[in-house]
Design a protein around this ligand. Structure first.
Ligand code: 5GP
Length: 123
């Protein structure tokens, strides 16, 4: 998939759209999800143009990968969800349910989050 620079997270990175920022450095930006699915629901995105997790893991530099995941840890600490528990979710592609084509990690917490994956039948 080719990166689409008009996606909503690219626009947030360019400050064309506001966000409720949690933290930021050279490699990542973290902000609250506009439509939270749990009492705590944050998104962490890399500054680079990567469509999804696979693109990021294959093509980002080591510095970008370390910087991003250290950022995820920093955000977990800021949100204070480590002791109570939390979930990191990264949806990838159509079957993964990814809506925004810029790699991002969800951090959810503040309550028990239920089963890892809902069981659905499309037959
Ligand atoms: P995905 O389904 O791609 O893994 O998740 C995309 C997430 O981005 C969704 O949870 C959605 O609520 C969130 N989102 C979509 N547009 C915006 C926006 O403009 N601002 C913020 N803060 N979150 C957004």
């Amino acid at each position: 998939m080719t990166y689409d620079p008009s996606n909503i997270f690219a626009r947030i990175l360019r400050s064309e759209i506001p966000c409720k920022k949690i933290a930021e450095d050279t490699y990542f930006l973290a902000f609250h999800d506009v439509s939270p699915r749990a009492p705590v629901h944050a998104l962490v995105i890399p500054k680079g143009a990567f469509t999804d997790a696979h693109d990021f893991h294959k093509n980002a530099t080591s510095a970008e990968i370390v910087g991003f995941y250290k950022g995820v840890a920093q955000v977990v600490d800021i949100l204070g969800v480590h002791n109570s528990g939390f979930r990191q979710i990264c949806n990838c592609g159509v079957n993964g349910g990814q809506e925004v084509p810029h790699y991002h990690m969800h951090i959810l917490g503040g309550r028990k989050l239920g089963p890892m994956v809902s069981v659905v039948s499309d037959e």
